[in-house]
Design a protein around this ligand. Structure first.
Ligand code: GBH
Length: 491
């Protein structure tokens, strides 16, 4: 498709970092190897039929745990300069806390060494949703403040071991979602052992959700503070925010504007507010009342400024609209999963020309490059002007119906994904050139097809195709699109 001709051979800043990303449970397989403890996802993916759409699990997936050497070599051959995976907490500490599993440490030592040997920069996430099951059984994991110290000890161990090699640490991936299961599923022993005394109405679920979110913030902040003191100037630390960009459908309709604002507050502001301003956004406080936990003054001080820069997993954008009666949240209207309580956040509308839809297994995702450009500007210029720079820590696309294709050439010719990458990368470059936004890095999701949580293996986000029978990997057209884009624009 046509693109802004002015971008031809325009360059990114020399220091711009880029690469591909993924996470431990989604690619490693080897779910019980070398003394690894189970995570909540080992439990969840083995739920009765239907919990994961295609009933797949992360038990084997691409077996990155065993095949990392060829994976890293392939990244080298493809010319990918940085890799952003996550470390598995229950591998290093099978019980979440206590004894270190030396076999897992030796494994990650080797992965890091291999990356360095191939000249690929490791950018590491400490936690990408694979909560040690032992901590869940013990005290309800993220619903308890006890997780803060356990996460701190794990993070400290990993950072101390690899600090020399890692320029960027992401503590937690998308705190908004890492515990979304906790609030969506009942606490009655159906999905996991009963872990608390929660009511299963919407308010009870919301309580769990915001309490878990609260503890992720405190856990992140404790690690970040220690890291900044211990390793001053050596590397940088932040967490990966989720939260889509929401734009009012019609700026002349007050309820549309309000709905967009609330949607932003409840996604981006929920976690971004505390580290930039030291507290949750006012609209969360008024809407949620005592559902929202409060920070003590010392916690506020700990969390404020705890990130060195902003990271967003910026997949897509939405327009928001309101109706006349969606403003007052009550127990009835309260939507625990989307507590902005507008019926409201809805893809499409007239603000973003609709791009292609992605796979039905990722119905939340459309290609919205114009939205990304607005999003980057909005965050750095309007919402959080103190943020020095921003990285796009994940962006990616699920080619529609890819898993039902049978001919290899159709699978590899993923033009809609390639188009997504061109559009999103152009938007990043435009933000830098025309909007004066300091974007300093971008990581494409994902290195190859992987376990897409509740959507299983049949929703594919990979830049490389994984054949789950023979475990071969093959680059798709989108991988070459990504490569040629950076060949033109990176310095
Ligand atoms: C990222 O989240 C994750 O970090 C990554 O692990 C994942 O593989 C990647 O996206 C691709 O999905 O189905 O309505 O319940 C992106 C944000 C959070 C969007 C969870 C989808 C579920 C919405 N995602 N959300 S719904």
């Amino acid at each position: 498709p046509s693109r802004d001709a002015n971008l031809t051979s325009k360059k990114l800043p020399r220091s711009f970092m880029w690469g591909v990303s993924s996470s431990a449970y989604q690619i490693e397989g080897a779910a019980a190897a070398d003394g690894k403890g189970p995570s909540i996802w080992d439990l969840l993916s083995h739920r009765p039929p239907g919990f994961v759409q295609d009933n797949s699990t992360g038990d084997v997936v691409a077996e990155h745990y065993y095949l990392y050497k060829q994976d890293i070599r392939r990244l080298k051959l493809l010319g990918i300069p940085a890799f952003s995976p996550s470390i598995s907490w229950p591998r290093i500490f099978p019980f979440g806390t206590g004894a270190v599993n030396e076999a897992a440490v030796a494994h990650y030592d080797d992965v890091i060494q291999e990356l360095l040997f191939r000249g690929i920069t490791p950018v590491l996430t400490l936690f990408h949703w694979d909560t040690p099951l032992a901590l869940f059984n013990e005290y309800g994991a993220w619903s308890s403040p006890r997780i803060v110290d356990d996460f701190f000890n794990y993070a400290k161990f990993v950072i101390m071991r690899y600090d020399k090699y890692v320029p960027i640490w992401f503590t937690i991936n998308e705190p908004q979602y890492c515990n979304w299961q906790y609030s969506t599923y009942p606490d009655d022993g159906t999905y996991w052992p009963k872990y608390g005394n929660w009511t299963d109405d919407k308010v009870g679920k919301a309580r769990r959700r915001f309490l878990c979110g609260h503890h992720t913030l405190l856990a992140h902040a404790k690690v970040a503070k220690w890291y900044k003191e211990e390793f001053k100037g050596k590397g940088r630390i932040t967490f990966k925010n989720s939260g889509n960009y929401y734009e009012a459908r019609d700026v002349n309709l007050p309820n549309d504007v309000l709905s967009a604002k609330r949607s932003v507050d409840f996604s981006i502001g929920w976690f971004g507010g505390p580290w930039t301003d030291g507290d949750y956004p006012p609209s969360l406080k008024t809407t949620l009342g005592d559902i929202l936990p409060t920070f003590t003054p010392s916690e506020k001080a700990l969390i404020k400024g705890s990130c060195d820069f902003y990271a967003i997993d910026a997949y897509t954008a939405y327009t928001a609209y309101g109706s006349d009666n969606d403003i007052q949240c009550t127990n009835d209207t309260f939507n625990a999963a989307w507590p902005e309580c507008a019926p409201s956040s809805q893809m499409g509308g007239n603000q973003f020309p609709l791009g292609p839809s992605s796979d039905p297994g990722a119905s939340w995702l459309r290609s919205t490059p114009a939205g990304l450009r607005k999003y980057l500007k909005f965050i750095t210029k309007e919402l959080f002007p103190t943020v020095p720079d921003i990285v796009v820590s994940e962006f990616g696309f699920a080619e529609p119906f890819e898993s039902s294709l049978t001919k290899m050439e159709d699978i590899l010719w993923d033009l809609r994904r390639a188009d997504y990458y061109q559009g999103f990368l152009d938007a990043i470059l435009q933000s830098i050139l025309y909007d004066n936004v300091n974007v300093t890095g971008a990581w494409a999701w994902s290195i190859y097809d992987n376990f897409e949580w509740n959507s299983g293996l049949s929703t594919r986000f990979g830049l490389q195709y994984v054949n789950y029978t023979d475990l071969s990997r093959t680059p798709k057209a989108s991988m070459f699109q990504l490569k040629s884009w950076f060949r033109e624009h990176a310095q």
